[in-house]
Design a protein around this ligand. Structure first.
Ligand code: 1CP
Length: 350
């Protein structure tokens, strides 16, 4: 099978592959017992990300169990601030922690040149995964979007209201722009290194895009992602670029029109009809099963999968996915059932 016929890549470029591609955000992780076993061997989460033996294995684990169309490099969006020199650590069960960035002196200490060297094991993992991938499966590289990564850098971890980030972004936009510009450069460098190592598509996760108002969304979500996408496209025109402006509501339309991406990953709040009419005319679409459906399972989960596939797959330019990441309490059997339901929807259409 040639590169161009991989179903994921064809669909992300708007084509009609011979089967509906499916992968799941956070498809590697704590819901898999084999992940938990390797996680226990590693010296913390970052060690897992930076040890190619571990990270390669964890990336491939979901593809051994399920007939998925892509592997997503096992890493995290916070390797970028870590690579830039910020202190980052993960507390089990609590998520990421960072020594919060305060003031412009801290900004000046971040070192883009050092990042390439520090993140070498991540690129080594991408190369190993690519070499081990079965025919027809694609390797996805990824990064966090500048706004989302900036929130972690400023808040020091997860946040409810993002007020440290918003005070700066809304109160001193030109100062905040310096951080965003640095993150645009870092993100381009990080994604291009993944592509050089073998990533065939890239996804930019703007998990907290939905916290911004329309003016801020244009400046801090759309514009930086457009800058990243145009720089990557100039060097790698064949690599599809997916953006995920999570929970951005009506602002999704502006994103689809103006962010310069090939595809948009869609959160669960969108109806299939609105996706078909308002987004699919502009970009390829990916989504959007509620990860809670995957936890609960049962006939209603299968009905939702069918509703999504039956409306969107015939349009082409469609990738089945969740609307957000797989949750740790998910039963792996439900993942197998969802894959089967996507295949059954294809079979019923021909
Ligand atoms: O084992 C553990 O305890 C760590 C759990 C874990 C895992 C498995 C974290 C900590 N990150 C990851 C891997 C990861 N993160 C991947 C791997 C590939 C895959 O999909 O299988 C990806 C793509 C990410 C991306 C990521 N990390 C995002 C964007 C997507 C999203 O979920 O919105 C975000 C926001 C993060 C930050 C992060 N890292 C880890 C956690 C628990 C979080 C979220 C914390 C929060 O909600 O603020």
């Amino acid at each position: 099978m040639t590169e161009t016929t991989k179903p994921l890549l064809a669909a992300l470029k708007g084509g009609h592959p011979d089967r509906t591609p499916i992968w799941l955000m956070r498809q590697a992780g704590r819901y898999l017992p084999e992940y938990r076993a390797l996680r226990a061997q590693a010296n913390g989460f970052l060690d897992l990300c930076y040890t190619p033996d571990f990270a390669t294995e964890v990336t491939l684990q979901p593809l051994r169990r399920f007939d998925l169309d892509a592997a997503i490099l096992f890493s995290d969006i916070l390797v970028v601030p870590h690579g830039l020199g910020q202190k980052v650590w993960f507390v089990e069960g609590e998520g990421p922690k960072l020594e919060p960035l305060t003031g412009t002196a801290a900004l000046d200490a971040l070192d883009l040149a050092a990042m390439a060297e520090k993140l070498k094991p991540v690129y080594e993992t991408a190369a190993r995964v690519k070499a081990a991938l079965p025919a027809g499966k694609a390797l996805i590289g990824f990064a966090g979007a500048p706004w989302t990564v900036a929130t972690y850098m400023l808040e020091g971890g997860s946040s409810r209201d993002f007020l440290k980030a918003k005070r700066w972004a809304y109160g001193d936009p030109d100062g905040f722009q310096r951080l965003i510009d640095l993150l645009v450069d870092a993100t381009v460098q990080h994604l291009e290194a993944q592509i050089a190592a073998g990533a065939e598509a890239v996804q930019i996760f703007d998990s907290w895009a939905g916290a911004l108002d329309e003016d801020a969304f244009e400046r801090w979500t759309v514009a930086p992602i457009r800058a990243i996408a145009s720089r990557i496209r100039a060097n790698h025109p064949d690599v599809p670029i997916t953006g995920f402006p999570n929970r951005a509501g009506t602002l999704y339309e502006s994103f689809a029109l103006h962010a310069g991406v090939d595809a948009v990953s869609i959160d669960p709040t969108w109806t299939v009809e609105a996706i078909a009419r308002r987004l699919r005319p502009h970009v390829a679409v990916q989504g959007n099963l509620d990860p809670g459906r995957l936890v609960a399972g049962g006939p209603d989960m299968i009905r939702r999968v069918r509703a999504i596939c039956d409306r969107l797959a015939p349009m082409g330019g469609f990738v089945f996915n969740l609307g957000h990441g797989v949750l740790p309490s998910t039963n792996p059997d439900h993942v197998a059932q969802v894959v089967e339901a996507v295949r059954a929807a294809d079979a019923d259409r021909v």
